[in-house]
Design a protein around this ligand. Sequence first.
Ligand SMILES: C[S@@+](CC[C@H](N)C(=O)[O-])C[C@H]1O[C@@H](n2cnc3c(N)ncnc32)[C@H](O)[C@@H]1O
Length: 236
Amino acid sequence: MPAKSSSTGLTESDRNDMEPEFWHERWALGETGFHQLEFNVHMQAFIDRLGVHAGDHIFVPLCGKSRDMLWLLGRGFHVCGIEISRQAVEDFFSENQLNPRVDELPDAVLFAHGNLDIYCADFFKADSSRMLPIHAVYDRASLVALPPAKRGIYVELLTDLIPDRTRCLLLTCDYPQQEMSGPPFSVTPVEVNQLFGPRYLIDHVHSQDALVNEPRFRQKGLTRFDEHVFILQKKG
Ligand SMILES: C[S@@+](CC[C@H](N)C(=O)[O-])C[C@H]1O[C@@H](n2cnc3c(N)ncnc32)[C@H](O)[C@@H]1O
């Protein structure tokens, strides 16, 4: 019998099955505390470590309506996101006064505007080869949005998609998981090494105690909340 989580009463496989529905509900209810109005400081600090230049293509998996995509476009990159919630994608364009071209594809809906393509689709099911070319990856609040059993599959899909030596900017958070049920889930640096180590060179470039910046997590009783920044490079 699979173990049930004491906090939610759900088994791991229950959680996996309900996951798209879970996210549709978050968006419908406006429970999107993860969305940042400010451009991410770690992205701005470490983007140059990805070795990319204007005109290169940045892939943003599980992109939500992240305004970081605007910042990347402003730096001259092409941006390609994938996001399961149509509401998130539509909100992104309307909130930023952009009028996208919309194309219905067999397993996705493509919203395109200038150098930005956002595919509304399930990353675990869609044909991601459409996202190519990819010169770098930006993951903020994406890996940590996934329950443990899905993280390995996510890493495998991502790794199979991108060319050798592609770099990824990965932001994670790490906190006592028993103090709060995710998402965001706690993904420790040890787990990052387990997930990515076999196929990536890993540079753990920054860590900080971020509890002071996260009142919503302090209110939930968290006693520690650390942020970590990694530059990963797929082995050649
Ligand atoms: C915590 S949010 C982070 C969004 C964005 N990366 C940001 O920084 O604001 C996670 C996002 O992943 C999306 N998502 C979850 N599962 C997905 C899947 N299987 N395929 C595509 N998007 C997914 C959710 O709808 C949600 O918008």
